[in-house]
Design a binder for this molecule. Structure first.
Ligand code: B16
Ligand code: MG
Length: 226
């Protein structure tokens, strides 16, 4: 295992509540009500795709021009950015700081493969930017997760072969993207919804550098046998 590519939201920290509150505020101005169950569909989904899902929920999927939609997404992002100003190192999910440090000490390259354009700011607020060798810019992608592009690009930016990488995700679309990129996938969360991953663990504190190395070597050796 030469590199690990991390998703951000739900893996390194959890800003889903802020995305939810900011979208809820924007949607209610249009007369659309969203709840936490609906919000599950927005996890790992890009900003513009999230907006489209919200508009479709309110039966307004075809109502607005592209520039009107960009304005709505920008307005939501202004509110979201105010909310994440309070993010600090205590918002790192359990075990993540140790994991980043251990991987770095072992000489493993680290990359961020998040759909969030606010990724670099959030890493700074969490004070973990120094652990990352590269950050994929989601604004430069042709397709979001479940398309493998973001993980393929991360491996390219690190100069490693995808088969030497492990991807860590909390969303089914993200696991699909990791698998499609030809990497070994480690998922955090629900065993059933994330069953496509090479391994699913219940929580971030269950992910260690040793576990990632072990899952990677078992998966690679299995693929060589069959
Ligand atoms: P932004 P991830 C995703 O992050 C979030 O889960 C998703 O809810 C959000 O819409 C997306 O980033 C885009 O975020 O509006 O900040 O660009 O899970 O891919 O790290
Ligand atoms: Mg996520």
């Amino acid at each position: 295992m030469k590199a690990v590519l991390f998703d951000l939201d739900g893996v390194i920290t959890d800003t889903a509540i802020y995305h939810y509150q900011a979208w809820k505020e924007m949607a209610s101005k249009l007369g659309i009500e969203i709840d936490e169950v609906f919000n599950e569909q927005l996890k790992g989904v890009s900003r513009m795709d999230s907006l489209q899902l919200i508009l479709e929920k309110g039966g307004l999927g075809n109502r607005y021009s592209e520039s009107e939609k960009v304005k709505m997404a920008d307005d939501k992002n202004i509110v979201y950015k105010q909310m994440i100003e309070k993010v600090s190192p205590k918002d790192l999910l359990p075990g993540i700081k140790e994991l980043l440090k251990d991987l770095k000490d072992k000489g493993v390259l680290l990359g961020l493969a998040s759909a969030s354009q606010n990724g670099p700011v959030i890493l700074d607020r969490l004070e973990v930017t120094q652990y990352f060798n590269t950050i994929v810019n989601p604004a430069e992608l042709r397709a979001g997760k479940p398309d493998p592009e973001i993980f393929v690009k991360g491996a390219q930016q690190l100069g490693v072969n995808p088969k030497d990488c492990v991807g860590v995700e909390d969303a089914a679309a993200g696991v699909q993207a990791i698998n499609g990129a030809g990497m070994v996938s480690v998922a955090i969360g629900n065993q059933t919804t994330l069953a496509a991953a090479n391994i699913v663990v219940p929580a971030t504190e269950d992910v260690s550098a040793d576990l990632l190395e072990k899952v990677w070597s078992v998966s690679v050796n299995c693929n060589e046998v069959f």
